[in-house]
Design a protein around this ligand. Sequence first.
Ligand code: B1M
Length: 232
Amino acid sequence: MSDDELDLATLPDDELTQQMHEDLYDGMADEIIEGTQILLRRGWGPQRVLNEALVEGMRIVGVDFRDGILFVPEVLLAANAMKGGMALLRPLLAETGVQQIGKVVIGTVKGDIHDIGKNLVAMMLEGAGFEVVDIGINIDVQTYLSALEEHQPDILGMSALLTTTMPYMKVVIDEMTARGLRDRYIVLVGGAPLNEEFGVAIGADAYCRDAAVAAETAQTLIRARRDLATAV
Ligand code: B1M
């Protein structure tokens, strides 16, 4: 280490998370991985590291991206750094030892390549006991339908981060309805520009504000569906 390099391990928790926000902003993946490891070693739970160090850092990036201070290449580096930290947290979030309670197919809709939120949702669902088949980004209706047929999940999850791509969720739901498939699946939708009203308007079963809500909602709706099935 050179003299002017910062030793992250010497920083107290609050300064370390602050530094991680700055490192995320600067797209420094190695530092984000190191910071994540340090916080975990200090006994922070994976959920806390995720929320306070990574998601909060990305929120700050989002504000400056919106305001034209950061541009796509910088944001891509930040996203890459965030993924480095998430890769460490993924097995920890998933290792809750809960029984598998259902299967989810999840993907980001056509025209949209944002995947950090979707990946987080996938991790939280795994942690809540779901088998998750992540079919990726820029997913068209045919690919969603093929994945449903191939994997036979209980739940379809769709993500959209752009106001221009969120209407595509309705295209997928309408096509499921047209093919008589809609009632076979619970459809959950999420992404920053969506809201409850939009979820209702497009015919989803629920809009999920964040990854934790997605995991809770998936559990609640799958239990309700199974209770209904055993009652009839
Ligand atoms: Co984009 N981008 N971006 N971008 N980008 C936004 C979304 C934007 C809000 C930035 C801004 O202006 N402030 C803006 C959208 C404006 C709008 O439509 N209202 C925007 C834009 C305009 C664009 C481009 C058009 C920019 C350009 O090219 N000029 C372009 C579009 C590319 C495309 O998709 N076709 C673009 C590109 C990019 C990058 C490639 C550089 C990069 C993506 C990298 C990647 O994902 N691999 C990027 C990023 C990183 C962002 C911001 C900064 C961060 C998104 C993120 O990862 N957030 C974002 C600003 C922002 O959102 N504040 C922005 C962190 C993540 C944890 O949160 O994704 O909201 P989020 O997910 C949450 C919830 O929404 C929910 O749970 C998640 C976890 O709690 N959730 C679900 C999400 N999906 C769910 C699915 C579910 C349930 C819950 O299913 C059941």
